[in-house]
Design a protein around this ligand. Structure first.
Ligand code: ADP
Ligand code: ZN
Ligand code: ZN
Length: 733
């Protein structure tokens, strides 16, 4: 039995907390198991992160652990190693990192296996409940009443309804009024891995990819599977997963958004007759716990999930797939632990000695760079599977075309032609709402957000003015609050484009896909069904339409405004724009008919656009990487951003200025840039600013951060702001 248990708790403090083994009981305690400990005046659940023989805390002040919740680790050593690495790499407190790897229900004490702890009333307990006992202990009384009404309740239900109930339960159990039982939940015996249906015969490039990756199934190797949309990447994943399943192992598949790709899940289910656990943000706590348990027990042979699923337990892991690896949603960029699930997936594969496949039609420049450098094997799928032909792309010069509510004449004519030929049309505009501006034509007043440096967006159907940055939501005024003149909605959002298309093409059904339409789970599926069935002829939407669904009948794709990404201060904006254009273009002509893509722009000579059209994404990437190399931006340097927000612009800058001053002798090759206010400095009533740390090499950056951050944390001005560190930030402002 170790003398000291070092426990990671979900706190912002960068340290572990030492405890003695529990006062009673001598069951062995595993690293990675949850324990309940006294913490100040509270009790907290933490994870045993390490054991030691001695502690720096004086013996008299060491307290024993109260409870050991798990006989075996809930985070296995491999995963713990990954999380430890993540805590160091992202310079985030280990306690918060470990706890972000567990579903909320487990952080609150639920059991990791599908055994269920249930509590029920005894006969004496029932009698006491009737007479309103115990009078002086309200928590016990409400627990007793709760159990009287329900007859019995699982610990999870009690957690959800009563909050802290365990002390009360202990007291009531001591009086013999309630008892607990453990119920093994019955589950179907795990079927042996079987393939339900065989896939199509592979094309030569697909076979080559499967062979190359399949040859490394017992070792770490990273692959970039680079193929246009529809080139058969998913089919490659399925074949590899089949091999992994037949070898008795399990696969972890990460995708950007499950709600938008129900077809993908369906494809997995249709192919394999094995239990599959789906972990994504649309789950309730209960559903998430259930899916996590399926993964933890090993019942699930395939774990498919979004960003945080990179931390899912997968015993006997045999393969990791990251689909659409360029997608920004793999980077957690707000809240506590800011990690890249793609990068952690590569690290996890390395630690587990299994291959990882990063798939994309538009790989991130970082990933391409890794492929060029030979760290990842670059596998290409150049042809479309299923006989589809690649679309033709064309720029529409907005300076010389007549416009009607954001639609140029060539675009209107093209839509008419494609509808006439029985094709479907997809119209992409990265702005939801009716119009981005409400303007008074008499006095020039523009509806502003009071909390942000931003305009309010007109939402006409809802008759609201909304801020897309802070959530401000006001009634839509009919007259100018300043001069009383009539106001006018200026510019285009998806809602208005839908309206305009409705007047232009009254016979065509139009569907819309954006966050205003997709409020609830399943909404997106409804829209996509209307498109797949052919009921809707035109789909108008935001970024959402660029993600993974397959509409084989779409023959025309229109990008209404490509210009937002051309002149941004963020060095990644061109990359994102190119990815979006290529991804949305990939929606065209997935069936047997070739597609047409029209891109409206006021800058048809912009090198990014001409390069993209002339040579495709790879041509763009070559030029963009050369520019990055010249400017020493990532992947040719390493970045971290120290960001903060405060009630005044001065306070936001003051903390960062002091932080910068602490860095008296930055190592060679490392530069601090800033602090500067964010491009949109005021957001939700707070002022945002940022200090960039840029380094030629990775090691000096981390060595610097290790020394600097503890000092930054101690700054008095740190208490006046909310600050965070973002390593490898993907959005700069
Ligand atoms: P991606 O994931 O690259 O977008 P998919 O794997 O979804 O591509 O393939 C696109 C379409 O082509 C799908 O309908 C798929 O069933 C089909 N497909 C994939 N590989 C083949 C093949 N070898 N033969 C015939 N059809 C294929
Ligand atoms: Zn006015
Ligand atoms: Zn706002």
């Amino acid at each position: 039995m170790p003398k000291i248990l070092r426990v990671a708790l979900d706190t912002p403090l960068r340290r572990l907390f030492d405890y003695l083994p529990p006062a009673e009981g001598s069951a062995p305690i595993s690293i990675g198991a949850r324990v309940r400990v006294p913490f100040g005046r509270q009790r907290r659940i933490g994870l045993v992160a390490a054991v030691a023989d001695t502690s720096e805390v004086p013996a008299a002040r060491l307290k024993p652990i109260l409870d050991v919740l798990d006989p075996a680790p809930v985070i296995d050593p491999g995963l713990q190693q990954l999380l430890q690495w993540g805590a160091e790499y992202y310079h985030h407190p280990l306690g918060e990192v470990l706890s972000s790897a567990l579903p909320r229900a487990l952080r609150l004490g639920a059991t990791p296996t599908a055994r269920e702890e249930r509590w029920l009333l005894t006969e004496t307990g029932a009698a006491s409940a009737e007479s309103g006992e115990p009078r002086r202990a309200p928590r016990q009384r409400s627990l007793l009443a709760f159990l009287r009404d329900r007859r019995e309740a699982s610990a999870a239900v009690l957690d959800e309804h009563l909050g802290a109930w365990r002390d009360a339960a202990r007291a009531l159990a001591a009086r013999g009024w309630i008892v607990s039982t453990e119920v093994e939940l019955t589950r179907a015996p795990p079927p042996s891995a079987t393939v339900r249906t065989a896939g199509p015969a592979l094309l030569p490039e697909q076979s080559a990819a499967v062979a190359a990756i399949g040859a490394s199934l017992d070792q770490f190797a990273a692959f970039l599977l680079h193929g246009i949309t529809g080139s058969g990447k998913t089919e490659v994943y399925l074949r590899l997963i089949e091999q992994v399943l037949l070898a008795g192992r399990r696969a972890l598949v990460l995708v950007p958004e499950i709600g938008l790709t129900p077809q993908l899940l369906e494809r997995f289910r249709a192919r394999f007759e094995v239990p599959l656990a789906a972990l994504h943000s649309g789950l309730t706590d209960h559903e998430r716990l259930a899916a996590w348990r399926d993964a933890f027990s090993g019942d699930a042979r395939i774990v498919l999930g979004t960003r945080s699923a990179v931390f899912a337990p997968v015993p006997g892991l045999g393969l990791i797939v990251v689909d659409e690896e360029h997608d920004a949603s793999f980077k957690q960029h707000e809240g506590g632990f800011r990690y890249s699930a793609r990068d952690l997936a590569v690290m996890r594969a390395r630690q587990a000695a299994v291959p990882v496949v990063l798939g994309s039609a538009t790989p991130a420049l970082e990933t391409l760079h890794n492929a060029h450098a030979g760290r990842y094997t670059h596998l290409r799928l150049e042809r479309r599977a299923a006989q589809a032909r690649p679309p033709t792309l064309k720029l529409i010069d907005l300076r010389s075309s007549a416009m009607r509510a954001g639609l140029s004449t060539p675009v209107v004519l093209a839509i008419e032609r494609h509808l006439g030929e029985d094709g479907q049309v997809l119209v992409f505009l990265n702005r939801r709402g009716y119009a981005p501006t409400l303007l008074c034509t008499a006095c020039g007043w523009i509806a502003p957000c009071r909390e942000c440096d931003a305009r309010l967006t007109v939402h006409l159907a809802a008759a609201r003015l909304r801020c897309h940055h802070c959530g401000t939501d006001l009634p839509l005024p009919e007259r100018c609050p300043q001069c009383g003149f009539a106001v006018k909605a200026v510019g285009q959002g998806t809602e208005r484009v839908e309206e305009t298309l409705g007047t232009l093409f009254p016979a065509a059904r139009i569907a819309r896909l954006d966050r205003d339409v997709v409020r609830r789970r399943g909404d997106a599926e409804g829209v996509m069904r209307r498109m797949s069935s052919g009921e809707a002829r035109i789909l108008v939407g935001t970024q959402m339409v660029t993600k993974g669904h397959d509409f084989p009948n779409v023959t025309l794709v229109v990008v209404l405004n490509a210009d937002q990404g051309l002149f941004s201060t963020d060095f990644r904006a061109p990359e994102r724009l190119a990815q979006t254009i290529v991804q949305v273009a990939g929606r065209a002509g997935r069936g047997s008919r070739a597609g047409e893509v029209l891109i409206q722009t006021e800058f048809p000579d912009h090198p990014l656009l001409t390069q993209l059209l002339a040579e495709g994404y790879e041509g763009f990437a070559r030029v963009a990487l050369a520019e990055r190399a010249q400017a020493a931006w990532p992947p040719f340097s390493r970045l971290a951003a120290l960001r903060d927000s405060a009630r005044t612009p001065e306070a936001a800058l003051e903390f960062l200025t002091q932080a910068r001053r602490l860095a008296r002798h930055p190592p060679a090759g490392l530069r601090l840039l800033g602090p500067v206010p964010a491009a949109m400095a005021k957001r939700a009533g707070r002022y945002h600013a940022q200090l960039l740390i840029e380094s030629r090499e990775r090691r000096p950056l981390h060595a610097f951060l290790d020394e600097w951050l503890p000092e930054v944390e101690q700054l008095r001005s740190a208490r006046a702001v909310r600050w965070s560190l973002d390593v490898d930030p993907i959005e700069l402002f």
